[in-house]
Design a protein around this ligand. Structure first.
Ligand SMILES: C[S@@+](CC[C@H](N)C(=O)[O-])C[C@H]1O[C@@H](n2cnc3c(N)ncnc32)[C@H](O)[C@@H]1O
Length: 219
């Protein structure tokens, strides 16, 4: 279905539009502005409707054993750098954002800074006990944020909010999550931020992947 968007009222006008018989153009019934097909607009300006992100969180130096420092695996980013990332995100979009337990509060800040509102979360049980000052951490959290109007996944494709999948190499997340998001939003324009692999037709951003949109944006 075409989504008729009023750029003046900032809302859909599918049920409230009028047609100019001289030009055949569709106008907002409220302010008379010419309506646009929102999917078309997002496609033209290449905005992402589905964002999957796994940021390289930076931890306090003093709290991390030098041998276990994340910097031994890849460079990390300050919270402000992550928040200021300039990725073209559609007006109507969904975000799936990985957070570790100590970074939960910062992850919610990032979610908000990118223009999303927190909606839900799920837990990945890594089935292997790690380090931790309060608990020996065995899980990571996947936050869901929504921006504008985007459908929840179909009811028959929703899964339980805990997945059990044995932890593999450092920071690698279970592939099932990407596949799930792909099934949920097959036709939406998708990007994985801080990716290490390419998946299906998704765009990627990350310093460990060839063809990152970072390189294309810099060309
Ligand atoms: C937590 S890991 C992502 C792991 C990935 N989700 C997976 O399942 O394999 C974070 C990634 O962000 C990358 N990264 C670090 N700083 C970056 C930057 N400034 N720009 C782009 N990518 C960066 C790291 O090299 C690393 O590949």
């Amino acid at each position: 279905m075409v989504r008729l968007w009023c750029p003046q009222c900032h809302e859909y006008a599918n049920n409230n539009h009028i047609q100019n018989p001289a030009t055949n153009k569709l106008h907002c019934g409220h302010c008379k502005t010419v309506l646009v097909d929102w999917d078309q607009v997002d496609e033209e300006i290449k905005r992402y409707e589905v964002v999957y992100a796994d940021p390289p969180w930076r931890y306090e130096q003093m709290t991390v054993d030098r041998n276990r420092a994340i910097e031994n695996h890849y460079p990390t980013m300050e919270l402000e750098e992550i928040k200021e990332l300039d990725i073209p995100i559609a007006t109507n979009a969904v975000l799936f954002l990985w957070a570790t337990s100590p970074k939960l509060e910062e992850a919610l800040e990032v979610l908000n800074a990118w223009g999303f509102t927190y909606r839900s979360s799920m837990i990945w049980d890594k089935q292997v006990m790690g380090m931790g000052y309060w608990f020996r951490i065995q899980h990571e959290i996947l936050l869901v944020g929504r921006r504008g109007v985007i459908k929840c996944p179909p009811i028959d494709k929703r899964i339980r909010s805990v997945i059990r999948s044995k932890r593999q190499e450092h920071s690698r997340k279970p592939d099932i999550i990407r596949s799930l998001i792909h099934q949920w939003y097959p036709d939406k324009k998708k990007i994985e931020l801080f990716a290490r692999d390419h998946f299906e037709d998704w765009d990627v951003y990350g310093n460990e992947t060839p063809n990152s949109i970072q390189q294309r944006l810099e060309q």
